[in-house]
Design a protein around this ligand. Sequence first.
Ligand SMILES: [Zn+2]
Ligand SMILES: [Zn+2]
Length: 241
Amino acid sequence: MAYYRVLEALGHQGCPICVLRGEAVHRYLDSFLYESVNDVGLRQTLLRSRGFCRAHAWELVPFGDSLGTAIVYKDQVDAAIRDVHEAARAAGTWRPRGLRRWDGARDGGPAAVLRRRRTPEVPCPACQVGAEAQARYVSALLEHLDDPTMREAIRRSMFLCLPHLADALEAARTPAQARSLLEIAEDRLARLRGELAELIRKRDYRFAHEPRGEEQTSWLRAIGQLAGWGRSDRRARPHPD
Ligand SMILES: [Zn+2]
Ligand SMILES: [Zn+2]
């Protein structure tokens, strides 16, 4: 199953692991809003994680589920009120001894109190789901690296973004696997560099009459390959369910 998903994801614009990780998180958030907002255990976990991380909290917005999101965030805002209250208490009672100037970030100061209370005790649940999906798909990719169908799909793909290349190298079981990954990545980066140079060259007035080709989108692919791909960067796909 993971094998076929990796094969399919290789056909998309961007890194297959970014695609698959993004899809797993999207499915999770969808079902979370649909059936888990009232799950007491999960809401408890969300209190300990201080909600979803910044990226995943914003991924809730396109679902447009105002009620589900309000239910979750009412808990979160209650917790935030307690945290700000504790910081306010610290600001009121805290007297820096031997300090000539106000320093709210010092131990016991309001900034320190607020930061400590807002530090997640457990990871963001969506990050967790993403990490598990990633591990599954990276290992499927590694396991089938020599499979001819996989090879062909890799050859025609953009291959892994740099952050996921590092993850795949970490998961590689043999030096041959690692070398193989690096060889493909070097080839892809050289090609990308050539496209960027071509884009720049064609903007010169002397060559501006030349027809523009695929190199025109290379600047976008360069960002994706180096920083990792976000959901909005990819071709929109129908929801799998
Ligand atoms: Zn990636
Ligand atoms: Zn997250």
